[in-house]
Design a binder for this molecule. Structure first.
Ligand code: AMP
Length: 278
């Protein structure tokens, strides 16, 4: 695996190469990331992974400083996989001057759900993804459904800018007890870690309520789950049943449109997100 830390070197190495499959990450590599990399490998031989903790997508008071940075261990894990190149740029290399040109996704996607609570998040993500695409010039990129809103926003950005890249979605990888793998799980105390799978159980409960009872009063279902989380000591931000295609509110009479339930809640000092397709 080649390890590259500057944009110039990356361009020199990748010049003229076609069919690159790209997996952007912020590192602290876990099985979720590795599943994206394995899916990438099914789409082409030249898999490029990036590790960059993107300051632009963190708001004030968020965990940019304490975000787990484990590059040496990450390299060991990536070396066990079929990764052609790791691109791990420095802050100075990605943002040599303040990034004044930025991508602003459409308001109704950017400032709902996650965006309502992390107002800079999707501008920061879209901007860095656009920049990484310009550096790596992949034919295919792989994103996880774990960050569903991010997946939809990036996919639409690529479509609307006619970028010559296809966005593939990978399923969420979970621990045996249902907790979705996440770098932020390392912040949980042992007792929080045993409570954390509640998030997935609630998603499963909502899914089966909608599917088996045909219950369409989504606000009532969402409020009841909200209440359950509060009673168990969580601080929920949102629990929302939305249209899978664009994350807009479902129309009550349209029974067959694909739905998804998305959740974000804080447990102690750790904010977790998850979702489940219905
Ligand atoms: P991150 O390093 O958290 O920015 O994530 C990098 C990529 O990995 C994103 O496309 C995420 O959606 C994806 N990802 C994160 N956690 C998981 C998971 N548990 N299962 C599958 N993909 C994941």
């Amino acid at each position: 695996m080649k390890i590259i830390s500057s944009i110039k070197e990356l361009r020199d190495q990748l010049r003229g190469q076609r069919g690159i499959v790209f997996v952007p990450t912020m590192g602290n590599i876990h099985e979720g990331h590795l599943s994206l990399i394995r899916l990438a490998g099914q789409h082409g031989e030249r898999v490029v992974v990036s590790i960059f903790v993107n300051q632009l997508q963190f708001g004030p008071g968020e965990d940019f400083v304490k975000y787990p940075r484990t590059l040496d261990r990450d390299i060991e894990k990536l070396q066990q996989e079929n990764v052609y190149m790791l691109f791990a740029p420095t802050e100075q290399d990605m943002y040599p001057s303040p990034q004044e040109y930025q991508i602003y996704p459409p308001h109704d996607l950017c400032y709902t759900l996650e965006g309502k609570f992390r107002t800079r998040f999707f501008c920061g993500v879209s901007t860095v993804v656009m920049k990484l695409i310009s550096c790596v010039q992949p034919r295919i990129m792989v994103f996880g459904k774990k960050d569903y809103q991010q997946l939809i926003i990036v996919r639409q950005m690529c479509e609307q800018f006619a970028l010559p890249v296809e966005v593939c979605a990978a399923e969420t990888i979970r621990d045996a007890d249902g907790l979705a793998l996440s770098s932020r799980n390392t912040y949980l105390t042992p007792s929080e870690r045993s409570e954390a799978p509640t998030l997935f159980r609630i998603l499963q409960h909502i899914r089966s309520t909608v599917l088996t009872t045909g219950h369409r009063d989504f606000t009532k279902i969402e409020l009841s789950a909200f209440q359950t989380l509060i009673e168990r000591g969580w601080q929920p931000d949102y629990i929302a049943i939305r249209k899978r295609a664009n994350l807009r509110l479902p129309q009550l009479h349209k029974e067959h449109e694909p739905l998804i339930v998305l959740i974000a809640a804080q447990l102690g000092k750790t904010r977790l997100i998850d979702n489940l397709e219905i």
